[in-house]
Each structure stands twice: as structure tokens, then as C-alpha cells.
Design a protein around this ligand. Structure first.
Ligand code: ADP
Ligand code: MG
Length: 253
């Protein structure tokens, strides 16, 4: 589903991604953990074309996102046509720490916006699908509420429904519960757990170690722009091989 090879990204002098290799199979749930500033968000943003990579290659659904011709040394990254980028991006759902809902639109209007505006779906069909998705995230009775009338956990569940409305084949989550009050974290993780069980391919950056342990097929520990360690959650959490992983886990577990 996703394959990254030698992905590099720098912001000026700062090398944020130093050659990332990563494979995610169809239906797999990958949790990415690591200290703040290690490049986790940047990596997700590269997967979704929100950042351009400097070198390496990323393929999603077998289609290249960034392409480094052999022997170019990363100097010439083949540009994707805007139309290709748009099409690829539509198939990748993204959920951020902040929900970014339109404040003057109801939950159902927020969810149907993408299908109507981007995919040109008819309003009636889009609304029907939006209500089904809101039902799926436990918000059938909040469909006509505005974001300001919803709790943070409810808003984040609307954001998940909104991402799903585009019928993505891959879902990226960047610390989706970090901005929530502790008592609201569980309802969002519950929706994500259901989504994982339904077979969705997911990459989840999270500090929720309990979730990672229970739901992830694989855990990746990143530090200073590199993948330090990757493996089954039981291995990474109970018998980490690297000192840096041990040190990080000691601070969060
Ligand atoms: P994480 O999500 O693991 O906390 P990030 O990917 O957000 O890490 O950031 C990695 C590093 O890149 C940090 O040092 C951050 O300050 C820097 N960084 C991220 N985005 C930018 C940007 N647009 N311009 C400059 N530096 C950035
Ligand atoms: Mg981040």
C-alpha cells in the first residue's frame, strides 16, 4: 500500500528526515512513536504531498509520489503533475491534532464538503453517505450541530468521518488525541480501533502507547529523523533492542 525508500527532507540547514525506509501492507496498522521533533509529522506530510521530499521515493497504491531517477543523486526529483497529485491525495485521508472543521457548517455539511466540492458528487447522495459515516463514528444525533456545539472528541470524530467520506485507501493520523481532554481520548481511539478492525490501512503517529500496543500490527520508533527500530508491538514495548528506544519508552510508559 505504501513504500518509502531513502526519503530525505531538510528545512534549510536542518535535516529532518535522514533516509527513511518504510513499508505498509494493505490492511496493516502502523503506529509511529518517538520524541517531539523527530520528524514524525514531516514524514506523514510527505506521504500526503503536503511537503516535497528532497530525495528518495514514495509509492502509494503502487504509484510514485516522489521519484528519484537512478544516478541523479537526488538532484532532480521528477515532478508529478498537479492532477496526479490531486488524485493521489484524494485517496489518502488525514486527521490532524487540530480538527480544522468549518465553524459555520454543521457536522454533516463538513463531512459532505469534500465529496461535493472535490469529487463532484450529488448533494443528496453525499448527504446520505455523510449521515451514515456520522452514525459509524457514533454521532448520528449530532449531525446537524455546529462544531462549536460539539466537544473536542466529537469534533475529532467528525474530522475522521470527513476523511472517510473521500473513500481513502490509506488513513494517516497525526497525534489525533493529543489536543483532547483526557476523558475524551477514549471515544476517538475507539473509533480508530473500529476502523482498524474494518481492515483500513492506517499510519498513526501517537503517544497513546496502550492503543499502539493493542491495535498496531507494527510499531516504528523514530528519533532524529531516522527509523531506529521497528517491530511487533510486543517486541518493541517489552524487549526494545536499542538503547534510544528504551530511554524513550521509560519517559512515556
Ligand atoms: P515531530 O512530529 O516528530 O514532533 P516534526 O516533523 O514536526 O517532528 O518536526 C521535525 C523537525 O523539523 C523539528 O525540528 C521542526 O522544528 C522542524 N520543522 C518542521 N516543519 C518545519 C518547517 N516547515 N520549517 C522549518 N522547520 C520545520
Ligand atoms: Mg508532530
Amino acid at each position: 500500500m505504501l513504500s518509502a525508500r531513502g526519503v530525505r527532507k531538510r528545512f534549510g540547514e536542518l535535516e529532518v528526515l535522514r533516509g527513511i525506509d518504510l513499508e505498509v501492507r494493505c490492511g496493516e496498522v502502523l503506529c509511529v512513536i518517538g520524541p517531539s521533533g523527530s520528524g514524525k509529522s514531516t514524514l506523514l506530510r510527505c506521504f500526503n504531498h503536503l511537503e516535497k521530499i528532497d530525495a528518495g521515493r514514495i509509492a502509494v497504491n503502487g504509484e510514485l509520489i516522489g521519484y528519484e531517477p537512478a544516478g541523479s543523486g537526488g538532484a532532480t526529483l521528477r515532478e508529478r503533475r498537479p492532477k496526479d497529485i490531486q488524485r493521489q491525495r484524494e485517496r489518502i485521508g488525514m486527521v490532524f491534532q487540530r480538527f480544522h472543521l468549518f465553524p459555520h457548517r454543521t457536522a454533516v455539511q463538513n463531512v459532505m464538503e469534500g465529496p461535493v466540492a472535490v469529487q463532484g458528487r450529488g448533494r443528496a447522495a453525499a448527504e446520505r453517505q455523510a449521515r451514515e459515516l456520522l452514525h459509524r463514528v457514533g454521532l448520528a444525533d449530532r449531525a446537524d450541530h455546529y462544531p462549536g456545539q460539539l466537544s473536542g472528541g466529537q469534533q475529532q470524530r467528525v474530522a475522521i468521518a470527513r476523511a472517510l467520506a473521500m473513500e481513502p485507501t490509506l488513513m494517516l493520523f497525526d497525534e489525533p488525541t493529543s489536543a483532547l481532554d483526557p476523558e475524551l481520548v477514549g471515544e476517538v481511539l475507539g473509533v480508530m480501533r473500529d476502523l482498524a478492525r474494518s481492515g483500513m490501512t492506517m499510519i498513526v503517529v501517537t503517544h497513546e502507547m496502550g492503543f499502539a500496543r493493542e491495535v498496531a500490527d507494527r510499531v516504528v520508533f523514530m528519533d532524529q529523523g531516522a527509523v531506529v527500530e521497528a517491530g511487533h508491538p510486543d517486541e518493541v514495548f517489552t524487549a526494545p533492542r536499542h538503547e534510544r528506544t528504551r530511554a524513550f519508552l521509560a519517559t512515556v510508559l
